[in-house]
Design a protein. Structure first.
Length: 196
């Protein structure tokens, strides 16, 4: 009976350690954006749960260019990195539907949350049905704290963002103009019938 209890406790301890190992998260904030065509919005790459701090790593973001396009360029991304205490390994790489950033911060960032960099997007027409996902993934694992001594990674997970793009509604003035034109056409037909 003592052996069963010991095995259960060991199993519980292993579960707790596994959950702690996967607690590090790289996410995009805000995680949900409800916007209209033509609106711009900002996403920030944020880390959390890195107990030993983070000194280096790479992030890759990708998206569907049919609904959103990147407004930020490499210089703007680098400025965003610098303002959050980071530097790049040779600069960020911006493509039409993705961006890759390899960055380092010699101080190491620990604590509940920290920001790496921000990106500006714009919603473009025509809107497609359904939400669009902006996904985040690793370009080499993030390292930090004592983990650098062993060349181990931080075991991070990645969470992207969802963008709901709404079509721009037709202004009420267009409907009013259309109904007025239909009324004039109807009046013109009545006048022709009366004259005949």
């Amino acid at each position: 009976m003592n052996m069963k209890l010991t095995n259960k406790l060991l199993g519980l301890a292993a579960l707790l350690l596994a959950s702690q190992a996967n607690a590090a998260l790289i996410s995009l904030t805000p995680s949900v954006n409800n916007i209209s065509v033509g609106d711009t919005f900002t996403l920030t790459v944020q880390g959390s749960g890195f107990l030993d701090g983070v000194t280096a790593g790479g992030i890759n973001l990708s998206w569907d260019t049919n609904q959103v396009q990147l407004v930020s360029n490499s210089a703007a991304i680098d400025v965003s990195l610098f303002s959050n205490g980071w530097s790049t390994f040779g600069g960020s790489v911006v493509g039409a539907n993705s961006v890759t950033v390899d960055a380092f911060n010699l101080a190491g960032l620990a604590g509940p949350t920290f920001n790496m960099f921000s990106l500006d997007f714009i919603a473009v027409p025509p809107p497609l049905s359904g939400p669009i996902n902006i996904t985040a993934s690793s370009v080499g694992s993030l390292t930090g704290g004592f983990q650098d001594l062993f060349n181990a990674n931080a075991n991070e997970t990645y969470a992207g963002a969802i963008v709901n793009v709404n079509a721009v509604p037709v202004p009420a003035t267009v409907w009013l103009l259309g109904s007025g034109l239909l009324g004039l056409v109807g009046m013109g037909r009545n006048r022709k019938v009366t004259l005949a």
